[in-house]
Design a protein around this ligand. Sequence first.
Ligand code: EPU
Length: 474
Amino acid sequence: MGSDGQSSARPTFTGTTNALEVALTDDVLVVHGGTPLQGKIRVRGAKNLVSKAMVAALLGDEPSRLYDVPRIRDVEVVRGLLGLHGVNITDGDEDGELVFDPANVESADTDEINVHAGSSRIPILFCGPLLHRLGHAFIPDLGGCHIGPRPIDFHLEALRQFGAVVDKRPEGIHLTAPTGLHGTKFVLPYPSVGATEQVLLTAVMAEGVTELRNAAVEPEIIDLICILQKMGAIIKVHTDRVIEIQGVPRLGGYSHRPIPDRIEAASWAAAALATRGDVEVLGAQQADMMTFLNIFRSVGGSYEVVDARPPRGGSAGVEGSIRFWHPGTELHATALETDVHPGFMTDWQQPLVVALTQARGLSIVHETVYEQRLGYTEALNKMGANIQVYRDCLGGTPCRFGRRNFKHSAVIAGPSKLHAAELVIPDLRAGFSHLIAALAAEGTSRVYGVDLINRGYEDFEAKLADLGAHVERP
Ligand code: EPU
């Protein structure tokens, strides 16, 4: 697999057999493209909230209860790490309900923690809660998608300002807090989602007041704040990306139903558009997807929002949903720039670009969140797309990457007829875009490394089957 998001369109198997080759050969989905996706699927709690909510449970001295937890790999990784630290996790009565009992939080063996090295970026968020509960923390090498260097300098600087001592060693990062953790004033150089969560999870029980400026305010962060507030935290969200946290000496548990996964919802929407299909995404919420819906409409896609209605009197309730469909007429090119909330999410970009290959004219995409998130377009070009990537900031606003010589803008000329190919999945979102491209293309594609998609898309193969896709394991 590409190590930096630059995919190669074809697996280059050699005469020798190594572990990667075997893994790729086994982990392949055969996709017979050209059939519009049609039907209904459901999204559950947002991957990028659920995993953080699980970490928050560590802070409480009472059990917490989380609903609608999807069966995805990232949840398993956090579950494993919490288990190693003595959190007892059981299934609740409802499907997708997890109960976390943090009564016996304890140190974990570094070798055991390191089993999870490279599997997710969530371990970095254990720092504050473990420092509060144990006075020390060990963080393994991080994983997550290879979409650029993904530094953790903001996290470590914030932790130092709270009073943590950070000791980087070859096996990972050891942290201690010899004089406890104290409220601080911190300005993020960029509104990083993870660093904002780091500050929240540390400040809620630090002594005194913390003021965070230039904070990220994604819906998943606001939902995390709701969870922390349920646990007893005092957090004020001011205007202009300022968050103020009054530390409290103890936190209790929470009971929470997370916001739905707006990245997954948009991914299925893009799949509906690219395959000329019609997909209703049960659970999708308009308020969290406004920016996506505007672009979807400007491209010519149709959608209808169905508001949730609780059961009343004798009548049954209605589950909220958004139905997305191809209008049957030509799609139009558009210009978009990814950005922090309320901008167009970087994670919506890759799936939508596949649909943009079917739009007439020149579409422009300026990726301003990650410097290397366009490498996957190479594979789309091998399937017949016409996408050029540029170092310039195309589409208006200059961003941090223009001066640093990264290919972070794309021009997509459409419409293009996509044809089948052999594809290797480079990372989670690009992986889903490869899958959409294979579904939209004429002919039979082989998509290698599809298991990576299970990191963030629950039961995606079952959902594909429900939507009438012709896919099979060889
Ligand atoms: N950054 C730094 N230093 C830091 C932290 C971040 O320079 O210490 C930079 C990053 O390199 C990047 C930018 O800040 O250029 C934004 O990164 P951010 O910290 O916001 O991202 P993250 O917290 O690591 C989360 C999601 C990503 C999503 C981004 C942006 C999780 C587990 N991951 O990552 O989701 O793209 O926010 O919204 O919540 C995905 O789900 O596929 C995914 C990659």
